[in-house]
Design a protein around this ligand. Sequence first.
Ligand code: CA
Length: 241
Amino acid sequence: MSKKSNTEKRVRVLVVEDEESFVDALSIGLDREGFNVSVARDGQEALTLFARESIDLVLLDLMLPKLSGLDVCRSIRNVSDVPIIIVSAKGEEVDMVLMLEIGADDYVTKPYRLRELVARIRAVLRRREVHETSTPVDEVIEQGPLRMDIDARRCFVNGEEIKLRKKEFALLRLLLENPGRVLTREVLIDRVWGNDYVGDTKTLDVHIKRLRSLIEDDPKAPTHITTVRGVGYRFELTKPS
Ligand code: CA
């Protein structure tokens, strides 16, 4: 992983967090990874800082003094589509579907490893870059053992081609384009099938099952396409080697 040179603009992350121990660890860790860090210790301060500074990504704790993380997320979304990653404490009853619906890009659960968090941050930023640049020619997506050639409509696992039906291809593509991100069942169904979706909600699961049988070493213990119970599916980020 190459560090960005000093002449390049550093990404500014707004850390919204009221627990001192987390603030310290994050500030030091993210700075070391090449990010500029601003810290807000409550929801109100988060909005003030966001309005004042040029923030590239928001790392947003849910339980905050003054304004909750959800309120902060909604307020920011009213004025900006800056990437937002929600941070929730373990055991907290979190409605992940709601969070994604109000515009969060991703979420992580405390306690997390800094490495995992940084991978998520980079994935979210990469996704934004992809969406903001012009349509690529000869688009190829690579994640872990997978390689998808979008134009040629071909897919390879560890270099070996697998044959995918149309919807399977679309589903896998959507998952691969959003590595590390939970995609809700609703989003997957809407984006892959749209109005074509017939039958019960099992159709999605059947397709996931078939994809797993093709790409997973052990389809019963998937490590690439994982289930997020009650929410949807996620294509796991490749572990840094
Ligand atoms: Ca908190």
